[in-house]
Design a protein around this ligand. Structure first.
Ligand code: G3P
Length: 221
């Protein structure tokens, strides 16, 4: 499973990229606003930090304007993936951009029907938002299961990857992996939580305490 960092905070992204376990980045207008910096400067810096796909979202709502914005964003760096919302205009823009060779991430997906359209539009990624469905009492992970099942029925024609978004906690990542989603985009705090376990901390403390009693040192040995 590919791990993308869901953030526009360059310092956070740099820190996580240094682990060697980050495959890409996703941003959106809210994350860019939260970063409080010039969008193009942030995008250039992120694209230089990670070799994998970096999603940058258009803010226009009409297809022609989305296409124009998408072309401008794609020109920033070779690893830019243009993000468009799952609307008819977004799908038209996705079709045009993908046919011109631009990678497109169709976002704000909340139903299997929408995901089918994203695939038909040639999306590189579709971003179903599991957390926001959970937030209103729906089963976000059921949507991932449905999309993966549907896409798997068309191995020769659907190349769109399922990019699980709106991730709230580590179990979203685990469940997405069990289902077989190709990508999870994960907020920095959740990504850091993935490695944490109380028994790991407890076990390491015990190992080091016992080792200290031996009075030995590997580095001096
Ligand atoms: O990539 C989409 C993600 O940032 C949305 O997450 O927490 O606003 O639902 P959230």
């Amino acid at each position: 499973m590919k791990f993308f960092v869901d953030s526009a905070d360059v310092a956070e992204i740099r820190d996580l990229v240094d682990t060697g376990l980050v495959d890409g980045v996703t941003t959106n207008p809210s994350l860019v606003a939260k970063a409080g910096r010039d969008f193009f400067a942030v995008l250039r810096e992120i694209c230089a930090l990670v070799a994998g796909p970096v999603s940058a979202e258009v803010t226009a709502t009409a297809a022609d304007a989305m296409i124009a914005e998408g072309r401008k964003l794609a020109a920033v760096a070779p690893n830019v993936t243009v993000k468009v919302p799952l609307t008819w205009d977004g799908l038209k823009a996705c079709r045009a951009l993908s046919q011109a060779g631009t990678a497109v991430n169709v976002t704000l997906c909340f139903s299997p029907a929408q995901a089918i359209l994203a695939a038909k539009a040639g999306a590189t990624f579709v971003s179903p938002f599991v957390g926001r469905l959970d937030d209103i009492g729906h089963d976000g992970m059921a949507l991932i299961r449905d999309i993966v099942t549907i896409y798997r029925n068309y191995p020769g024609t659907i190349a769109t990857e399922v990019l699980v978004a709106s991730v709230r906690h580590p179990m979203h990542v685990v469940d997405a992996a069990k289902i077989g989603a190709q990508v999870c985009t994960i907020p920095p705090a959740v990504l850091r939580q993935l490695a944490k376990h109380v028994l790991t901390d407890k076990g390491l403390d015990a190992f080091l305490a016992d080792w200290k009693k031996t009075g030995q040192s590997i580095v001096a040995g």
